[in-house]
Design a protein around this ligand. Sequence first.
Ligand SMILES: Cc1ncc(COP(=O)(O)O)c(C=O)c1O
Ligand SMILES: N[C@@H](CCOP(=O)(O)O)C(=O)O
Length: 477
Amino acid sequence: MRYLSTRGTAGPSPAFSDILLGGLAPDGGLYLPESYPQVSAAELAEWRELPYSALALKILQKFVDDIPACDLKSLADRTYSANVYKHCRPGRDATDITPLTTVEPGFFLLELSNGPTLAFKDMAMQLLGNLFEYVLAKRKESINILGATSGDTGSAAEYAMRGKQGVRVFMLSPNGLMSAFQRAQMYSLQDPNIFNIAIEGMFDDCQDIVKAVSNDAAFKAQYKIGAVNSINWARVLAQIVYYFKGYFAATSSNDEKVSFAVPSGNFGNICAGHVARMMGLPIARLVLATNENDVLDEFFRSGVYRPRGTADTWVTSSPSMDISKASNFERFIFDLVGRDPSVVRELWSKVDAGGSFDLRGTPHMAKLPGFGFVSGKSVHADRLATIRDLWEQHQLMIDTHTADAVKVAREHREAGIPMIVLETAQPVKFAETIQEALGRDPVRPRDFDGIENLPQRVEVMKADAQAVKDFVVRHCS
Ligand SMILES: Cc1ncc(COP(=O)(O)O)c(C=O)c1O
Ligand SMILES: N[C@@H](CCOP(=O)(O)O)C(=O)O
């Protein structure tokens, strides 16, 4: 498999393992496969019967050709086990890994948040932890992961990497803006290879710092800086698997189509759905749902991409989606503009300078409907109403992000096409809003009893890339 950068000037194609360790491409772009491998009808038929880990192996093998099949198999088996994804709803089968819940005929929730940190990030991050360990041991190397989180990537990465040989994690989070549970999950970790830095700013400030540090080639090489955000292709790759799994669970024949509704912020989750569709998975619509931070909804309705600054980014009750500059959107635009890196370079020269771009009236806009995206937005009142409705009508408690997707999914249902909403977190992570909606506390898995009362370890810092670099240097020496 050959890989290329969305900006087109990253040099020769690296191997998958190099992309895994390197994250962002050297030209500041994002890696994608040179072409999307296609899934044949015979493969779809065979894959329908497979358990999650075997399905993951089949999909990984289409993109990874520098790890022997037997090693990849043992990594997939170790990752996708019911012992790891054990926090499913009562009555569900944990061996499904991503159980499907029927809300009403033709309308489903795909449970992606049964892993160690109760958010969908575990689906990819547990695999990345095992892949990092495997590749680093083979190469006798180490890595310093620099990440940004709005609440869920951080804990998923830290739980996946804690105690791992040769791995340090430096995780930037927006100071005071995550839920109490999310803060406790991250900041209560005392492992010596985990470092939490709370940045005085929003998630986008954290993400900008990660990109600025990664774009300093000398620093990146000297301090072996790696990435676990969805700018790392391996994250997106691992997320493709559950689109296939969800499709098989909601249909009985490969002649059927389904739609997926995805609560979106950094465009990583739905980007995996886009790749699955490009590989030939019969997806009718990819329904993108935003919260009040509606940059992506605005693009899909108008053709204008207008990232906003910190001052114009809302702090909401679906805080993990408080994102105004979606990293993976560049991957989709690369496909939309016919994979012409010069167009991406031109568009992102505006974005990187704090501006926007407008595709109205361009030939690219005519191609947009062919990619299957539709979108919508959900605000706090919608969120509360949706959480209440699913609880009262269906006895299902859902988190605030999933509620945003349910709200928008309902606006885009089509007769005869099942709608699968990706359930991206468990309600306990956002207990304050669940209380507001339902007047009761969400169910708390036993492992998290009293987590908010544990001592916390976090360094608060200004949004300054140099200060973060200095911190990394101090803790690597
Ligand atoms: C619970 C939850 N839902 C949805 C999202 C949005 O996903 P993405 O950033 O991949 O678009 C996130 C954060 O990424 C999240 O943590
Ligand atoms: N919502 C995320 C933000 C980072 O997204 P990623 O998928 O690019 O890691 C979070 O919870 O941290």
